[in-house]
Design a binder for this molecule. Structure first.
Ligand SMILES: O=C(O)CCC(=O)C(=O)O
Ligand SMILES: [Fe+2]
Length: 280
């Protein structure tokens, strides 16, 4: 299996990109409109924040899911028993965030949301008609003004050597949401699982943009766009001494969006958060 790297400015970009999403659940864009200098500034500023102790003042709330999630309470992927080796911060426009980091995060949130709306219109246009007719509203409309779209800043700390056997930076999982937009991290490690069960590296040169289908879009497209299992593996050698920072934006539909006969966005999310152990 090969995740395609597609030039966003190419004449056939939408077709190539959505084919990769259909075949693998993942697509990678180059020459995309997200400003790389903004991504790099966010990585640097948040790494300094995670290295400090101020983060504990904004510990996450089970009720609202915004704020800082420490390595101790970090999520356990569905079907796993070990916690991931990561800490992260959940940013919502209405949520808590350190004042000095807010402007850049909100600028990024806006720009990436706009791109996501365009990519969802590509996805919709390239959905076979007999499936697209079941979309209850345009896909790009589902994320418009959503209160639930979540920008997560992740920090995978350097390894100490005392990690529990078998634990990973991020154990294999599928994303819950509609679509995820993920700038390449500052360090490697992201892998996707092919249909044969093999794990392959996702192209992730610095500056590339990785997009993947989440479970909600898999549900809405009746599996035409698969939500593929992915993971972040632990580094070895020199890499083990370094932090890895990444910045996924999880595009969530408005709560009232009907995904299928079985689920609304709200009922789907509640079920998954309980399974993850981060919601009562
Ligand atoms: O850190 C990464 O590269 C991927 C993170 C991820 O898959 C997630 O948080 O859902
Ligand atoms: Fe993920």
């Amino acid at each position: 299996m090969q995740v395609r790297v597609v030039d966003y400015r190419a004449a056939d970009a939408a077709e190539q990109f959505t084919r990769s999403l259909h075949e693998t659940g993942f697509g990678v864009l180059v020459n995309h409109p997200l400003p790389q200098e903004l991504v790099e500034k966010i990585y640097a500023d948040w790494l300094a924040y995670f290295n400090g102790s101020e983060k504990h003042e904004l510990a996450f709330s089970k009720e609202t899911q915004d704020g800082y999630f420490s390595t101790e309470i970090s999520e356990t992927a569905k079907g796993h028993t070990q916690k991931d080796i990561k800490e992260y911060f959940h940013i919502y426009p209405w949520g808590r965030i350190p004042a000095s980091l807010k402007d850049d995060a909100m600028r990024y949130y806006r720009i990436a949301n706009d791109l996501a709306a365009e990519l969802l219109s590509w996805v919709e246009k390239h959905t076979p008609a007999e499936i697209a007719k079941n979309y209850r509203e345009p896909l790009s409309n589902m994320i418009k003004d959503s209160r639930l779209t979540l920008l997560r800043v992740l920090r995978y700390p350097p390894l100490t050597g005392n990690e529990p056997a078998g634990s990973l930076r991020a154990a294999a999982h599928g994303d819950i949401n509609l679509l995820t937009i993920l700038p390449a991290a500052n360090e490697p490690g992201l892998q996707v699982q092919g249909k044969d069960g093999e794990w392959v590296d996702v192209p992730g040169d610095f500056g590339m943009l990785i997009i993947n289908i989440g479970d909600m879009l898999q549900e809405a497209s009746q599996g035409y766009y698969p939500s593929t299992q992915h993971r972040v593996v632990n580094p070895t050698g020199e890499g083990a001494k370094k932090s890895r920072v990444s910045l996924p934006l999880f595009l969530h539909p408005r709560e009232d969006v009907v995904l299928s006969d079985r689920y609304t966005a709200h009922t789907y999310l509640e079920e998954r958060l309980r399974e993850l152990g981060v919601k009562a």
